[in-house]
Design a protein around this ligand. Sequence first.
Ligand code: NAD
Ligand code: UDX
Length: 465
Amino acid sequence: MEIKSICCIGAGYVGGPTMSVIAQKNQNIKVTVVDLNAQRISAWNDTDLNNLPIYEPGLDEVVNEARGRNLFFSNEVDKAIDEAQMIFISVNTPTKTYGTGKGMAADLKYVELCARQIAKVAKSDKIVVEKSTLPVKTAEAIQNILDNTGNGVNFEILSNPEFLAEGTAMRDLAVPDRVLIGGDSSTDKGKKAIQALVDIYASWVPHKNILTTNVWSSELSKLTANAFLAQRVSSINSLSELCEATGADIQEVAKAIGMDSRIGPKFLQASVGFGGSCFQKDILNLVYISKTLGLNDVADYWHQVILMNNHQRNRFAKNIIKTLYSTVNGKTISFLGWAFKKDTNDTRESAAIYVADLLLDEKATIKVFDPKVTAAQMQLDLNYLNTRTKLENANYLKTESDPYVALNGAHAIAVLTEWNEFQSYDWKYIYKNMQKPAFIFDGRNILDREVLESIGFTYKGIGYL
Ligand code: NAD
Ligand code: UDX
């Protein structure tokens, strides 16, 4: 089947950047990204590229190049499905908040709705690609829905999980370590579908980096890749507590073990805890799948990665409270950063939310500066926890658009995101305008301890007392 038109359902952090790059690299293919969220689509169509709905370095340039040529953002879901030979499903698959598997399983409601809509609309054969991260064997469910509710046309299901990381998405997409395509190579139609997707990626990705597997291996590999990455962060974070108890230096330890070529240096940065929409959700999903298969030891093993992450966030907040003479009631703690990592405006599962929640419980006032996150988003994040009223959250957590205003008069500073710009602030000026003693809790170990201590700060990093 010749692919002339692609539809992607879901214009989020994955659908938007991924399709922008596919369109950039395949100018002969029309790529339409659709979403139910009208506000999101109009932001993708905004002529001012600063208003794109997601912040991702380099994304604006690619959108600017391809949008209106062969890249389109639209609310007309049915039209785009009808036109396309290949449809990507890139909708959200959050952790279930109700019913069986609550708090663990992935909520497949949005994916199922897509499948039903594709089945209803499609009048010609389609290749349906799972781009969302899905539990193993979801393709089977999608195939069932498509075959049983469709108009008698043929659907080939492929799994093509996305490995981009936010903040580096454009580079990850341009030069991916690998592209993974799972499909049914036992039939002719299956083989052709796999080849059609391989061809799209092959317009810029070397063949040796395009891996084809069966569907289940592909689905499981995505969950496992995230689990392994998160496990490294929890492992190094567990050691950060040991360093604090013994005086070993966590960065020296990370460097020493990372130089072992079998271990490698990446993902060994101790932190206040991993966040983001993927790690926790995907591990919980892995734990749930293992449990439902009766593999309780496997489930417990992976669950510990999450428990350690929760512990690290709590420990960070408790350390602030303990250091500030065991009371933060009426004190101002200023946060540098709210996003779950630098170079993104995404705050999903950010450690900052949980640290703020614990400090607000102790009646602290929090002032936050983040270069890309809005005040409204911070309030949404806190309100979502449902710990206190919206009014209390609004009264005790303030957002400042100027970092120096955010830090002025604070009893302590907590660094929650590793934005580069924090390193070049005028720390002497900041010290002068803080309450004394002035504390810095560096949840990312990005600031220069020696310099800050020479100014007069009491510095506490992750893994350092
Ligand atoms: P997102 O929430 O940013 O975007 C999903 C979009 O889908 C939303 O805009 C929503 O309105 C839309 N949507 C939901 N149901 C719809 C429907 N029936 N019709 C049309 N639009 C619909 O989510 P995301 O971060 O882009 O993640 C999407 C998937 O990709 C998830 O499964 C996630 O696990 C996976 N993933 C995410 C990342 C990441 O870095 N964010 C990386 C790899 C994989
Ligand atoms: C992750 C995976 O990396 C990516 O392949 C997948 O497609 C989606 O999930 P993402 O969550 O966007 O990407 O960012 P990532 O760079 O993996 O960071 C996740 C969290 O771990 C962040 O909060 C980050 O600050 C934290 N982290 C990462 C550490 O605390 N220490 C590290 O050494 C690395």
